[in-house]
Design a protein around this ligand. Structure first.
Ligand SMILES: Cc1cc2nc3c(=O)[nH]c(=O)nc-3n(C[C@H](O)[C@H](O)[C@H](O)COP(=O)(O)OP(=O)(O)OC[C@H]3O[C@@H](n4cnc5c(N)ncnc54)[C@H](O)[C@@H]3O)c2cc1C
Length: 430
């Protein structure tokens, strides 16, 4: 929707709209996205969070020895704490062990999320060990939430915050099932010990690929890093046992064939860093369809156009996640309260379809519809302007710029570079 039009709508309706508050809102998941949604929506609505585990923090929880999460013990955030934090709650320095510097590991992020939940008094609103098994509309205005091991409950709106780093994306290439090669996914990774003295092919050139290639190279004999992104060499030029190659096209026990015709022999292990897939096992296909990782029918990556009381926080990736979750939640709050009036469902559906069609018409892969990357600021500004939210703080923009510049100049060891202290000093507590 063009910004000016949306603004006008807010202004017009600001004079006439009826504020809709105190409705019962279900939030599925108490990871970073669910906590952000709850912290915002609880100011105007009555919220209940359902979390299938016994703690908050989602992906970052460390209580099962990383066996079931995409993270691993040595992982360090790829954003400094001062940029990663929610805009309304600084990342307290004392949560981060000295040796982690500005880039916290999982335990520190988990502690931060726990502190965030405490700060916003969210814990009493969370039903723990409560797995949502089904979400279905009862009538035009209400939803039934079915749960494993406890009675179903009725809500006026549902916010899905179930994360999207659970279901590994394993590209189907020739031989991937029958080659007999050991093919692992980054989700299985815990430490580099199993790769000692081996020849390892790592496929995938985004942040996880880079981090795991560098870590595995400390024990492996040789790492073949396969992908098609420019600039991969610069990320590993200090590693003599890492070489860069094209994407694999066929897996054989004896030789792996690559897109440029090269054949790699003697590979012991393949590690896929090929991302994850969206999944909403509790939603019927009649409500939502996912096609090659593109979630159809959403307005602004948030609202289900045909039933705009079902929303999703946290779908976009290649973003600064926590601040984005907060702004998406504020936008959603404006919609739920009636502060921001949207067009009716048929028009929302048309807008959503047009956006998908525009994406599919562009060259590139359909599966990256929710990958915002360089478009994330424009997206955030659009949400902010359309719902008349507080603008992005200058300090956030300054930190974003500083980190961008550091990563450009020091792609392989950005975590070791000192941050500009002026920009990264947190304001004293109010
Ligand atoms: C390897 C890796 C590194 C990353 N590094 C960074 C980083 O450095 N900085 C950064 O900001 N982000 C990073 N991220 C991005 C990460 O996605 C976000 O930080 C954030 O954790 C996502 O939060 P979420 O709430 O969307 O999902 P999650 O953290 O996955 O939380 C979802 C929650 O929903 C619950 N849930 C799911 N299904 C149900 C159900 N049916 N019923 C009840 N509960 C349910 C889950 O148990 C979980 O608690 C990284 C991601 C990965 C995979």
């Amino acid at each position: 929707m063009p910004c000016q039009w949306a603004h006008l709508l807010v202004k017009l309706h600001g004079m006439t709209h009826q504020t809709r508050t105190n409705r019962n809102i279900a939030i599925i998941g108490a990871g970073a996205a669910g906590l952000a949604a709850a912290s915002v929506l609880q100011r105007t609505q009555s919220v209940t969070l359902f979390e299938q585990h016994s703690v908050v923090g989602g992906l970052w929880r460390t209580n099962d020895n990383f066996k079931h999460t995409a993270l691993y013990p040595s992982l360090r955030s790829n954003l400094p704490a001062g940029l990663m934090a929610f805009l309304d709650f600084p990342f307290q320095r004392q949560l981060i062990p000295e040796h982690e510097g500005d880039y916290p590991g999982p335990a520190a992020v988990a502690a931060y999320l726990q502190a965030y939940a405490g700060h916003h008094q969210l814990i009493p609103k969370i039903q723990f060990n409560a797995e949502v098994t089904r979400v279905s509309p009862i009538n035009d205005t209400q939803w039934l939430i079915e749960l494993a091991d406890r009675p179903a409950q009725i809500f006026d709106a549902v916010v899905v915050c179930n994360g999207h780093y659970t279901q590994p994306n394993r590209p189907l290439i020739e031989g991937s099932t029958e080659s007999g090669l050991s093919v692992l996914h980054a989700k299985d990774y815990i430490n580099p010990d199993p790769f000692r003295d081996q020849q390892v092919l790592v496929w995938g050139s985004k942040a996880s690929g880079m981090d795991l290639v560098r870590e595995i190279s400390t024990t492996a004999k040789q790492v073949y890093w396969c992908g098609h992104d420019l600039g991969m060499d610069a990320l590993v030029q200090d590693k003599s046992n890492v070489s860069i190659h094209a994407d694999p096209t066929k897996l054989n026990r004896d030789a792996i064939e690559l897109a440029d015709g090269e054949r790699l022999t003697g590979v012991d292990q393949v590690l896929l860093c090929t991302g994850y897939q969206y999944q909403f096992p509790f939603l019927d296909e009649a409500l939502i369809t996912i096609d090659d990782n593109l979630v159809h029918g959403l307005h602004q990556h948030i609202l289900l156009a045909k039933r705009p009381t079902l929303a999703f926080i946290g779908l976009p990736y290649l973003v600064i996640p926590f601040p984005l979750f907060l702004i998406q939640s504020q936008w959603l709050n404006a919609v739920l309260t009636g502060q921001l009036q949207l067009p009716d469902a048929p028009q929302l559906i048309a807008l959503s379809d047009a956006e998908v069609a525009q994406h599919l018409a562009k060259p590139g892969e359909p599966r990256h519809f929710h990958r915002l990357g360089a478009d994330q600021l424009a997206y955030l500004v659009h949400l902010i302007e359309s719902a008349a939210l507080a603008p992005l703080p200058d300090i956030f923009l300054a930190r974003l710029k500083a980190v961008h510049e550091i990563k450009l100049a020091h792609p392989q060891d950005f975590r070791a570079i000192e941050l500009p202290s002026q920009t990264f000093r947190d304001p004293p507590p109010a």
